[in-house]
Design a protein around this ligand. Structure first.
Ligand SMILES: [Zn+2]
Length: 296
C-alpha cells in the first residue's frame, strides 16, 4: 500500500513470528495459496469491476508504480498476485475443509476483503475473500446455508453489499458505530445481524450482545459451514478503532462460533484475516484464535 501504511507486510511477519515463538507452528499444517480464478471472483463481484481492477493491477505491475483507488487504498506492484492469492486461499481452504482434508482453516492473507463491494475497491480491500469463499461453498459444493461472522472493528460493508438479500447466507457482525466506513446502522437485508457498538465498548458487553443477538440466530439458521472475517482491530491496543477487546475476548468468540459449527456444520470453519494493525496485539490474538480452532 506504500510507505507508512498500516496494512503492511509486517502484519504477516508478526503473525508468523508469534506462531514460531509459541511453538504453534509445529502443530499446524501450512498450505500455499493458489491464485483465484476470474470465475471465482465473479461469484461476488460484477464482471465490469473484475475486468477493470485486474486491468489496473496488471498495468501497475508492469510499470512498478503505485496507483491510488481511494485515499486509503493503493495498488502496488505486488497487489495483483497478493489479492488473487488472498481470494484463492479462501477458496482453497473451503475446498480443503469441505473435502475433509482439514477440520478447519485460517487464511493469513492480505490485502483484507470485507470492505470490497460488488463493484468497488475501498478500505484496503480489492476482492471480498470471505464472500467469494461463501459463494464457492454454495455454488461449487452445493451447500444450502452458510454463515459469515465478522468481528472486525469496522463494518463489513462490502460483504453486506454482496450478501444482503441472499437467504443462503446469514451474516452476523458487530462493529464500532460512527467509524469507517460509516455504514451498517440499518441492515440491508433480513439475513443481516448488524450490531453497531459505541466507541470504548469492552469485551464483557460484546460477549453479552453476541449471546443475545448472534447465537440464537445461528442456532435457528443451522449453517452447514461458517466463514469468519477475522479482524483483530477491535483490540484495545489497536489505534484504528476504539473498542476494548483483548486476546481472551477473541478466543471466547472463536469458541462460541466453533461450538455452533460443531453442532450444525460438522465443525467446518474457514477464517480469513481482515484487519488488525497493532502488530503485537494482532500476533497474540491470531495465536489465540488458532489455538481455539486447532484445539491446542
Ligand atoms: Zn478493520
Amino acid at each position: 500500500m506504500g510507505e507508512g501504511h498500516p496494512e503492511c507486510a509486517q502484519r504477516l511477519d508478526a503473525i508468523g513470528d508469534q506462531l514460531r515463538a509459541t511453538g504453534l507452528d509445529i502443530a499446524l499444517d501450512f498450505r500455499d495459496a493458489p491464485l483465484a480464478t476470474e470465475a471465482q471472483l465473479l461469484r461476488a463481484h460484477t464482471a465490469g469491476y473484475v475486468a477493470d481492477i485486474l486491468d489496473r493491477m496488471r498495468r501497475v505491475r508492469g510499470l512498478g508504480e503505485h496507483h491510488a483507488v481511494d485515499p486509503d487504498t493503493t495498488i502496488g506492484a505486488g497487489t495483483l498476485h497478493a489479492a488473487l492469492r488472498a481470494a484463492g486461499a479462501a477458496v482453497a481452504a473451503t475446498d480443503a475443509v469441505l473435502e475433509g482434508r482439514c477440520a478447519n482453516a485460517f487464511c493469513a492473507v492480505r490485502p483484507p476483503g470485507h470492505h470490497a463491494t460488488r463493484d468497488q475497491a475501498m478500505g484496503f480491500c480489492f476482492f471480498n475473500n470471505v464472500a467469494i469463499a461463501a459463494r464457492h461453498a454454495l455454488d461449487a459444493h452445493g451447500l444450502r446455508r452458510v454463515a459469515i461472522i465478522d468481528f472486525d472493528v469496522h463494518h463489513g460493508n462490502g460483504t453486506e453489499d454482496i450478501v444482503a438479500g441472499d437467504e443462503r447466507i446469514l451474516m452476523c457482525s458487530f462493529f464500532q458505530d460512527q467509524l469507517y466506513p460509516f455504514s451498517g446502522g440499518v441492515p440491508k437485508g433480513t439475513n443481516m445481524v448488524n450490531l453497531p457498538v459505541p466507541a470504548y465498548t469492552r469485551g464483557p458487553a460484546i460477549r453479552e450482545l453476541i449471546e443475545l443477538m448472534w447465537l440464537p440466530r445461528l442456532e435457528e439458521y443451522k449453517p452447514q459451514m461458517i466463514f469468519i472475517s477475522a479482524g483483530f482491530d477491535a483490540h484495545r491496543e489497536d489505534e484504528l478503532g476504539q473498542l476494548g477487546l483483548v486476546e481472551a475476548d477473541f478466543e471466547w468468540i472463536t469458541q462460541r462460533v466453533k461450538a455452533v459449527a460443531e453442532r450444525h456444520a460438522q465443525g467446518r470453519i474457514v477464517s480469513c484475516l481482515e484487519g488488525g494493525y497493532a502488530l503485537g496485539a494482532l500476533a497474540r490474538s491470531v495465536a489465540g484464535h488458532l489455538r481455539v480452532l486447532a484445539e491446542l
